[in-house]
Write a protein that binds this ligand. Structure first.
Ligand SMILES: [Zn+2]
Length: 205
């Protein structure tokens, strides 16, 4: 397998003005109706590249991976190969959950069988979040900069809140009032039951 180098700066990095503050273009994202902030803003100075990058959580394998070390009973739902966990211990959206394989894989080394299951699993998790009241859309994100164990974010966007559409939903999630614990637990139970209706075990209590 051919892989490109990520240990030394290439043409892209050498071209960037590291250490300087980038200008804020007049038509920048700050003008989008969905941008959560207003007032005088400026862009942070662009930091120098760090190469090679530091390891992510769980980069060295299951022994130091928080997902592999978390008991399956911490999940809302799981089957033999996949688990769905709540994100954080509080939140401002109707639901925010994470889909992860049970075994320690990232996308490049995810076995073919799991890859084939991924499409149907994404559809199942999305459908489970849509069983909650007032969910207009379920957004799916995959970044993978913090943890080496493959994880997909599912964020439920409340119906009617057009300002929360799209890219900035994860930022709005941090700003919205916290959902009361009872309501959050009820949502978790409903998601777990919806998933378990298609197989696997619901653990949300
Ligand atoms: Zn892991």
């Amino acid at each position: 397998m051919t892989t490109s180098s990520t240990d030394s700066p290439g043409a892209y990095l050498r071209r960037l003005p590291a250490g300087t503050r980038l200008p804020l273009p007049a038509d920048a994202v700050t003008g989008w109706p969905t941008f959560p902030f207003e007032g005088e803003l400026r862009v942070k100075p662009l930091q120098e590249p760090v190469l090679p990058e530091p390891p992510r959580k769980g980069e060295d394998g299951p022994a130091d991976c928080p997902v592999c070390q978390a008991p399956v009973t911490d999940a809302l739902w799981a089957d033999e190969h996949w688990r769905v966990d709540p994100i954080g211990t509080q939140g401002g959206l109707p639901a925010a959950v994470m889909l992860q394989p049970r075994a320690h894989h990232d996308l490049p080394d995810l076995p073919a069988e799991r890859c084939a299951e991924l499409g149907p699993m994404i559809q199942r998790v999305q459908a489970a979040l849509h069983t909650l009241d007032g969910v207009a859309r379920v957004h799916l994100n995959r970044w993978g900069d913090g943890a080496a164990h493959l994880h997909f974010w599912f964020l439920a966007r409340p119906a009617g809140l057009l300002q929360l559409r799209g890219t900035f939903l994860p930022l709005w999630e941090e700003l919205l009032p916290r959902v009361p614990a009872e309501e959050r637990q009820a949502a978790h139970r409903r998601i777990a039951e919806a998933l378990a209706a298609g197989g696997g075990t619901a653990y949300a209590s």
